[in-house]
Design a binder for this molecule. Structure first.
Ligand code: C2E
Ligand code: MG
Ligand code: MG
Ligand code: MG
Length: 282
C-alpha cells in the first residue's frame, strides 16, 4: 500500500514539475507577446510630504493587461522578465514611458520642476553595461533634467557586485539622477555598506510600518533608520502608510515623505492627472 502511494506521489510530482516547467515556459511566451503587443502600462502612486501633505512626486509601478487574465500584478511576471532577459526591452520602455509622462505633465503645467518620478530598477537591468547611457538618452529624448528621475534599487543589486554598483550610482548621481534604496531593512542590510553606497533616499519597507504602533521592535528599527539617516544625510520615505495611526507616527518624526493606501493606491494616469489638477487648483 505504501509502495503504491509512494509511486503515485512520484507520478504526481512529475506531473507537477512538468506543468510548472510548462507554465513558466508559456508565461515567457506570453510575455514575449506582451512586449510585442505593448500590453504593459504604468500606474502611479503619489509620494506625499509628511509635513505639508503635498504631492512631491510619484512611484511608477508596472502592470500587465493580459488579454484573458486581466490585470496581472508585477510579482507574477517580473521574475520571468528577469530570467528570460526580456527585462532589458521592458526596462528600456519603462524609463522612456516614465519620461514621456513627465514631459506631458510639465507641458500641461501640472508638474513643477522639483517633482520627480521614481522608477524601480531590477538587477539585470541595472547590470546592463549600457544602463546609465540608456537612462540619460531617455531623459534627453523627452528634454528633461536628470533631477526629474529617481531610481529605486534594492539590496540585492548592491550585494551582487558592490564595487560595480558604487561606480554606477556615482555616475548616475553625478548627472543629478537621484537614487533610492527600496525595501530597506528586508534584505541583507549591513549598516556598514550604507556608508559606502552613494544614495539619496532610504525607503522604509512596509513590513516595519504595518504594526508600528503595536510592535516595539518594529518601532525601534524604524527609529534607528530615521536617526541613522539624519547623520548620513539621507531622505527617508515611509512605505505602506495605510491608516491615520501610521501617518500620526511618522508626522512626529524626521521622515520627509510617505506613500500608501491612506493617501492613494497606485492609480492610472488619468486619475493621477486629476490628483495633480486638484493640487494645482487648491
Ligand atoms: P515596491 O517597489 O516596494 O512597490 C511598493 C508596492 O507596495 C507596490 O506593489 C504598491 O502597490 C504596494 N503598496 C503601495 N501602498 C501600499 C499600502 O499602503 N499597503 C500595502 N500593503 N501595499 C502598498 P506592486 O505595484 O504590486 O509592486 C510590487 C513590487 O513589484 C514592487 O515593490 C517592485 O519591487 C516590483 N515592481 C513594480 N513595478 C516595477 C517596475 O516597473 N520595475 C521593476 N523592476 N519592478 C517593479
Ligand atoms: Mg519601489
Ligand atoms: Mg518598496
Ligand atoms: Mg517590494
Amino acid at each position: 500500500e505504501a509502495k503504491k502511494k509512494g509511486r503515485n506521489q512520484h507520478v504526481f510530482f512529475e506531473i507537477d514539475m512538468a506543468s510548472r516547467v510548462e507554465s513558466a515556459y508559456s508565461l515567457e511566451n506570453e510575455l514575449r507577446t506582451a512586449v510585442a503587443q505593448q500590453q504593459f502600462f504604468l500606474v502611479f502612486q503619489p509620494q506625499v510630504g509628511v509635513q505639508d501633505g503635498m504631492i512631491q512626486g510619484a512611484e511608477v509601478l508596472i502592470r500587465w493587461r493580459h488579454p484573458e487574465k486581466g490585470i496581472v500584478p508585477p510579482f507574477e511576471f517580473i521574475p520571468v522578465l528577469e530570467s528570460s532577459g526580456l527585462i532589458q526591452e521592458v526596462g528600456h520602455w519603462l524609463i522612456r514611458e516614465a519620461c514621456r509622462y513627465i514631459r506631458i505633465w510639465q507641458d500641461l503645467g501640472l508638474w513643477h520642476d522639483e517633482a520627480w518620478l521614481s522608477v524601480n530598477v531590477s538587477p539585470n537591468q541595472f547590470y546592463n553595461p549600457l544602463f546609465v547611457e540608456d537612462v540619460l538618452d531617455a531623459l534627453k529624448e523627452s528634454k528633461l533634467a536628470p533631477t526629474c528621475l529617481e531610481l529605486e534599487i534594492t539590496e540585492g543589486i548592491v550585494i551582487r557586485d558592490t564595487e560595480n554598483t558604487i561606480k554606477k550610482l556615482e555616475l548616475l548621481r553625478s548627472h543629478g539622477i537621484r537614487v533610492a534604496m527600496d525595501d530597506f531593512g528586508t534584505g541583507y542590510s549591513s549598516l556598514s555598506y550604507l556608508k559606502r553606497i552613494p544614495l539619496d533616499v532610504l525607503k522604509i519597507d512596509q513590513s516595519f510600518v504595518r504594526d508600528i504602533n503595536i510592535d516595539r521592535t518594529d518601532k525601534a528599527i524604524v527609529e534607528a533608520i530615521l536617526s541613522m539617516s539624519k547623520y548620513l544625510g539621507l531622505e527617508v520615505v515611509a512605505e505602506g502608510i495605510e491608516t491615520e495611526e501610521h501617518y500620526r507616527f511618522f508626522k512626529g518624526t524626521s521622515c520627509q515623505r510617505y506613500q500608501g493606501y491612506l493617501y492613494s493606491p497606485p492609480v492610472e494616469c488619468e486619475r493621477f492627472e486629476d490628483m495633480l489638477r486638484e493640487r494645482v487648483v487648491a
